[in-house]
Design a protein around this ligand. Sequence first.
Ligand SMILES: *Cc1c(COP(=O)(O)O)cnc(C)c1O
Length: 474
Amino acid sequence: MPLHQGSHGRPAPSEEHRRLALNPFFGEADPTAPMVAAPPTHVLPDGPLPPSTAYRLVHDELMLDGNSRLNLATFVTTWMEPQAGVLMAECRDKNMIDKDEYPRTAELERRCVAMLADLWNAPDPATTVGCSTTGSSEACMLAGMALKRRWAARNADRYPATARPNLVMGVNVQVCWDKFCTFWEVEPRLVPMEGERFHLDPRAAAELCDENTIGVIGILGSTFDGSYEPIAELCAALDDLQERTGLDIPVHVDGASGAMVAPFLDPDVVWDFRLPRVSSINTSGHKYGLVYPGVGWALWRSPAELPEELVFRVNYLGGDMPTFALNFSRPGAQVVAQYYTFLRLGREGYRAVQQTSRDIARRLAGAFEALEDFRLLTRGDELPVFAVTTAPEVTSYDVFDVSRRLRERGWLVPAYTFPANRQDLSVLRVVCRNGFSSDLAELLLDDLRRLLPELRSQAHPLHRDRGVQTAFHH
Ligand SMILES: *Cc1c(COP(=O)(O)O)cnc(C)c1O
C-alpha cells in the first residue's frame, strides 16, 4: 500500500453512513450527548468529542487487529508482568534525551549498557561504550555508520573521490541492513544460500571482501530459520584473509534475537567480544530481552571503535553527556522496563525463561515432524524458532495454504519463499516467545490436525496468497 495514502481513494462516507457508524448509546440514548454522526476519519474533526466516546471509537476499531499473543510471526515481546506495565505507565512522560531532567533514567540506561557489556564478555566492561535505541534497526544503522566512518578515515586518500564502500553479509540479513546500505550508500555484497545452508558461509564471505569492505555482518540468529551464523568461523576466515592479504575487516554481530538467548542457553558458543575481531554487537531489548517494543541496544568493544565525530553531547547535571542516536526525543519507559527485567530475572531467571521457550519450540517442531506432512529445516534448538516446509510427497497444498487456514483460527504463522539460491523453497516459520505456553502450542497443533484432512483433499495448492508472502515475516 502506498505511503500516506490516507483514504485509499475511497469516496467520503455518506451522512447516513456516519449516523449509523455511531452506537446510539453515544448519542440519542445518552440525553447529555448531542452526537448525531461519527466524526470524519481522514480530516481533523471540527470539534471535540467526550473522552469516553473517543475511546470507544478507537478501541472498537482496534478489535480487528490480530491478537498479539497468537502472533507467531513476531519476535517482539507480547507479554510482560503487570509490574512492568505499571513502571512503564509511570515513565511514559519521560523523554530519554532529557538526561539532565531525568538523571535516574539516564543512569538506568548506563547500567543496562554495563550489564550487557559484561554479559557479552567485553574485555573491559568499564570502558565499553553503548547506547539504547528504538530497536535493532536503529542500532544497526549506528553500528553500520561507525564501520563506514572508520573505513573512510582509513581510506581518506581514496574516499569520497573514487572508492565505493561495501558491506559483506548473508542474503538472509534482516531488511534493516538493506535499509542501511540504501540510506548510507554502501554496496551490499550478499553471500547466497546454497543447498541446505540457509545462512552465511564464512569462506564465501571472506572471498567477497576487498579493500573497500567496511565490515562483515554475522547474524545471531537468522530471522529466516532461527539458526545461528557461525561467528567464530567467520572471524577465523577473516583472520586467515588478513594473514594472506593484510586486509583487517571488522565484524559486527547482529544479535537482535540471539544476543539475549545464547549467553543464557549456549555459554559455549563463542560469538561475542571474546572474539577480538567482533567490533560491535546489537540486540533488540524488545525481542528476547523481554521488553515491550521499542528498545534496542548497540555496544562497541572500546571507545576506539566508535568515531568521536558521530557522538553528540547533551546537557547532563551541568556537564555534558555523549549520545549516539538517530532520534532526538524517545520514550524512557522501555529503558526503565529493560532495567526492571534485568533486575527482576537475573542470569538464572533469563535462563529459565529462554529455556522454556526453547523447550516449547523443540517439542512443537517435533510434533510438526511427527505429522509426516512436513519437513523441518531447523528444530528450534538455537533461537526458539523453527522453519518447516511441506514434505516432497505433499502436492495438494503448500505452506501458503497452511498459513492462510491457520489464520482463520486466529494463528498468525507466516509463509514465505527463501532468497537466492533457494527461491524454490517456501517455508512456514514459528517463533516461540515467553507467554506462548505448551498449552497454546497444543491448541495450535489441534487446529493444524483438524485442518490437514481438508488441505490434503485439495486438488492442488491455492496460490492466491503468493502476493503477500513476504509481508509479515520480519
Ligand atoms: C528483528 C531484527 C532486526 C530489526 O530489529 P528491530 O528491533 O525490529 O528494529 C534486525 N536484525 C535481526 C537479525 C532481527 O531479527
